[in-house]
Design a protein around this ligand. Structure first.
Ligand SMILES: Cc1cc2nc3c(=O)[nH]c(=O)nc-3n(C[C@H](O)[C@H](O)[C@H](O)COP(=O)(O)OP(=O)(O)OC[C@H]3O[C@@H](n4cnc5c(N)ncnc54)[C@H](O)[C@@H]3O)c2cc1C
Length: 486
């Protein structure tokens, strides 16, 4: 299955063809670099290395070198536009960061827009939607919406930025029931590469609306989004932790649970080797465990029936599944909150037969010598697999499972990376060769391309040439079809 491209959405666009010439676009005339000149146009603060405010560049994933020439804490959309225009006239590129959960390496050729101050959140309770600034985190939207019994479709970690998550599609703890989170976006406001603020909806700038949902930062710096809120006040959810010694039995029982799971349920499994920290429960600290995460929007009794075979396969050492408020959705995965160094590598699977479970247990289970802190398998399908009404550039909807190898790359980053490759290679017979835009952040064009089918890649590249002819946004995980020198 592929994504639906703008040409299928809008017959008028079929007349256009992607720019395939290798001729570089003409850079704008350059003016001498004066940061004070830019400062004078900003409401927000500009910081150079060593100045107060530059520390905003430090990403959540502290393993990634993020060293832009300047950091602008944008106070409003006009600030973002001013930075893009300034960068364009000085041959610089523009990067965007909120939390740094998906950080990619940045050097002094770029100026960073930090969106943290764009954090408005307003909820229309009657209309069941919210307007959210690009710098809000999901926790801020949860805090504003859940008191009204309304659910924003966040990911597993509420500390993630709304715009970064949604531009990559977004697969949350109830994804199989509600679909990809970006399918529930109503409007996106964005500063494109010419430094213009535009509003993209299903009826305005439809091609941008298509490409901004899945295309990450390719088509601009998002300044605000309008999203659906779903009437979900409660769910059945939680996490069951099992001893590592039970890994084979638990993983096979979980595979069967996935086979039987109706669309009301979403689940993932993680082989965890958490550090021996005193703040962690002793049952899961400093040893191999297997965590089964479960979220259920149907009848509670049905959830119990579904989980019974898993609980018969082994006895949990910690955790439980039961009724919970949607506001506690982040507790299902209980992802780490504080900044840390992370190496992340991802594979997508077309299926998970019993042989794949055996291969995974051998590669990451007891006695495997795995160096990964987490090896996580998320079950997809259900609503994720359906083409939504609001079509987008998010691809590979027919993926059955994602596999993420997450390691702490110290003291030997090379060994952790090689080990992640080894773990994922054990599942090679069942992998599709693709990836999703949100997992395993990378600026390598070949890696970025794996997130899209060829037609989507072609359209994203074409739209990037159209909306950013000078290549100002050519930084990080972006799709481009032409070489630019700036
Ligand atoms: C612990 C953890 C849990 C996660 N759980 C999930 C999950 O459940 N589901 C899921 O889908 N993903 C998940 N992710 C991945 C996460 O969604 C991506 O890393 C996402 O990019 C983070 O967005 P951010 O703005 O917080 O991060 P940042 O590192 O600040 O941004 C990452 C990238 O997002 C893009 N971006 C950010 N802001 C903007 C903007 N305003 N305009 C345009 N582009 C922008 C840019 O390409 C930027 O380089 C998880 C990651 C971590 C580390």
């Amino acid at each position: 299955m592929t994504s639906t491209t703008p040409s299928q959405e809008d017959p008028a666009m079929t007349a256009q063809t992607p720019a395939t010439t290798d001729a570089p676009s003409v850079p704008a005339a350059r003016t001498p670099l004066s940061w004070d000149a830019l400062r004078g146009r900003l409401t927000g603060r500009l910081a150079l290395p060593g100045q107060p405010g530059y520390e905003l560049a430090i990403p959540w994933n502290v393993a990634v070198p993020v060293q832009p020439q300047a950091v602008v804490a944008a106070a409003d959309a006009e600030d973002v536009a001013a930075v893009v225009r300034f960068a364009r006239s000085h041959g610089l590129t523009v990067a965007v960061q909120r939390t740094g959960h998906g950080a990619v390496p940045l050097d002094a050729s770029s100026v960073m827009v930090h969106t943290g101050a764009l954090d408005e959140v307003s909820v229309d309770v009657e209309g069941r939607w919210a307007r959210v600034g690009a710098g809000a985190t999901w926790q801020q939207v949860l805090d504003a919406a859940t008191p009204h019994g309304l659910a924003p479709l966040c990911g597993s970690a509420p500390g993630i930025g709304v715009a970064g998550f949604l531009t990559g599609g977004g697969l949350g703890p109830i994804a199989r029931s509600v679909g990809v989170s970006s399918d529930h976006v109503r409007a996106v406001e964005v500063v494109t590469g010419e430094g213009r603020l535009r509003r993209a909806t299903p009826t305005e700038h439809r091609e941008l609306f298509w490409g901004l949902r899945g295309g990450k930062g390719t088509l601009g710096v998002v300044t605000a989004v309008e999203i659906d809120l779903l009437p979900i006040a409660e769910l059945v959810g939680g996490c069951l932790w099992f001893d590592g010694a039970d890994a084979a039995a638990v993983t096979e029982a979980w595979r069967r649970l996935c086979e039987a799971l109706p669309e009301e349920g979403t689940t993932s499994l993680a082989f965890a080797q958490l550090p021996p920290l005193p703040q962690l429960p002793p049952q899961i600290a400093g040893r191999l465990t297997v965590a089964v995460r479960f979220a259920w929007l149907g009848e509670p009794a049905h959830a119990e029936e579904l989980l019974a075979p898993l609980l018969a396969a082994a006895t949990p050492v910690l955790g439980g599944v039961g009724p919970m408020p949607y506001s506690a959705i982040g507790s299902i995965h209980a992802d780490p909150v504080d900044p840390m160094p992370v190496h992340e590598q991802v594979s997508l699977l077309r299926e998970l037969p019993a042989e794949a479970v055996s291969a995974l247990v051998a590669a990451a289970g007891p006695g495997s010598g795995s160096l990964q802190t987490i090896v996580e398998v998320r079950h997809l399908g259900g609503a994720v697999a359906r083409e939504p009404q609001r079509r987008s550039a998010f691809c590979h909807r027919d993926t059955a499972f994602t596999v993420l190898a997450i390691g702490v790359p110290v003291p030997d980053p090379g060994a952790v990376a090689a080990d992640a490759s080894r773990v994922l290679a054990s599942l090679a017979p069942w992998t599709t060769g693709a990836r999703f835009p949100n997992f395993g952040a990378s600026a390598d064009p070949a890696e970025v391309a794996r997130a899209y089918d060829p037609e989507t890649l072609r359209w994203l590249g074409m739209l990037a040439e159209q909306y950013d002819p000078a290549g100002v946004l050519r930084v990080g995980a972006v799709v481009r079809t032409q070489a630019h020198t700036g």
